[in-house]
Ligand binder design. Structure first.
Ligand code: IPE
Ligand code: IPE
Ligand code: MG
Length: 242
């Protein structure tokens, strides 16, 4: 924290929730003549450092986009490597203990391997009481998929007579999303130079400030995060008002 560019920023002006689209792992590796999997490995290390930094500067919620519903379109060996890294990450019995982090997973778990699903449940259970920061890992996450699941659940509840279609409002729908009970992201950061959100937190990002950065995720440092937050602090959020 002593070295943070944000040392003099009042804590209550910081974003309560930051989302990060961790993109650019493959290009990082290719540039170095390495297999793409080396980029994913380096990207996972970057995530650990950034999670620690978020805890240090006092960000209450951090969501990291790790694997999208569209990423299954990649070659099977790359998907396999990513799942292997995920297993290694989840196996860490001290996972984000230093950050006193509660860990949650956003996304459809159904297509994931049984051992991964079990580890996810265990990590969630073991970290549930922690209060330092909430870390959401978006795994097999898609914003459209999330909304479809929410609509299916609401439709079923309507059909069973729990409420009427006209009772459905933003609050009721939000409560069916993977982020139920959490604030919407104030700031979404996408490194790698791409300027799109690739199906990340579609509903929740309605009024998020977007910061696109020309750095590949494995090269992303705490200073990059601080710069993105400083840019966020310079924005005027109007939420449709004046
Ligand atoms: C992000 O990096 C990681 C995942 C999407 C799983 P990429 O693998 O998309 O890296 P680039 O965009 O090809 O460089
Ligand atoms: C977005 O990156 C998904 C994650 C970072 C997990 P992609 O690399 O999949 O996005 P596109 O294909 O460039 O839009
Ligand atoms: Mg990419």
């Amino acid at each position: 924290m002593a070295q943070s560019l944000l040392a003099h920023v009042p804590a209550d002006t910081l974003p309560a929730h930051i989302g990060i689209i961790m993109d650019g792992n493959g290009r990082w590796a290719t540039k170095r003549g390495l297999p793409r999997s080396a980029g994913h490995k380096q990207g996972a290390d970057t995530f650990s450092k950034i999670a620690r930094h978020c805890r240090e500067i006092g960000i209450p919620f951090l969501t990291a986009y790790a694997f999208s519903t569209e990423n299954w379109r990649r070659p099977a060996d790359e998907v396999g490597e990513i799942m292997g890294l995920l297993r290694r990450y989840l196996k860490d019995t001290k996972l984000h203990q230093d950050e006193n982090a509660r860990i949650c997973f956003l996304g459809d778990r159904e297509p994931l391997a049984d051992d991964i699903k079990e580890m996810m449940e265990q990590v969630e259970h073991e970290s549930a009481h922690r209060t330092g920061i909430t870390i959401n890992l978006a795994l097999n996450y898609g914003g459209r998929d999330e909304i479809i699941h929410a609509v299916r659940r609401l439709s079923a509840q309507c059909a069973s007579g729990e409420f009427k279609p006209e009772d459905i409002d933003e609050d009721l729908l939000s409560r069916q999303l993977y982020t139920a009970g959490q604030p919407d992201p104030d700031l979404i950061i996408r490194p790698s130079g791409e300027m799109r959100t690739s199906n990340f937190l579609l509903w929740q990002s309605a009024y998020s400030e977007l910061v696109f950065m020309d750095v590949l995720w494995p090269d992303f440092t705490p200073a990059h995060l601080d710069h993105a937050i400083l840019e966020y602090l310079n924005r005027t959020r109007r939420f449709g008002g004046i």
